[in-house]
Design a protein around this ligand. Structure first.
Ligand code: 5GP
Ligand code: ZN
Length: 133
């Protein structure tokens, strides 16, 4: 997709600190890291959200994320993939963040507003979703 910044990075039209490239996957350092070693793994196939990407184009993504976590020597780290503005997605080309968490301050800060357990509600919802799987 011509206007997409990550497609331009894949093509080499915009420079990047490339860590890995294969037929279907590209990985590079994030330009505004949350911590040293923060990298992005992207399918070369253009799509805005996860559901827009065919399964076979995603198969190599996690193995590459693992390689990066190892290469940057992260003991604690988060893998993050945002979909949609409300979910903090800014670049509309699917990408997986590998974000080292070296200390309390650096890396990803997470809000985790857990709701009370409601077994009846869970049971009903489970049936509804399971039927669509
Ligand atoms: P999102 O919020 O969409 O999940 O994250 C997009 C990420 O892409 C951000 O962490 C941002 O720093 C990174 N990013 C945006 N533009 C560029 C760029 O031109 N080069 C690199 N290397 N990273 C970028
Ligand atoms: Zn793209």
């Amino acid at each position: 997709m011509a206007a997409c910044i990550f497609c331009k990075i894949i093509k080499g039209d915009i420079p990047s600190f490339k860590l890995f490239e294969s037929e279907r996957v590209f990985a590079f350092l994030d330009i505004q890291p949350l911590a040293q070693g923060h990298a992005l793994v992207i399918p070369k196939y253009h799509g805005a959200k996860l559901l827009d990407i065919p399964d076979e184009q995603l198969a190599e993504v996690m193995p590459v994320a693992k390689r990066i976590a190892k290469a940057v020597g992260a003991e604690n780290y988060n893998i993050l993939q945002n979909n949609g503005r409300l979910a903090h997605q800014i670049v509309d080309h699917v990408h997986f963040h590998v974000i080292p968490k070296p200390n309390e301050k650096d890396g990803l800060g997470i809000g985790w507003p857990a709701q009370e357990t409601d077994m009846e509600k869970l049971k009903e919802y489970f049936k509804e979703v399971k039927a669509k799987m």
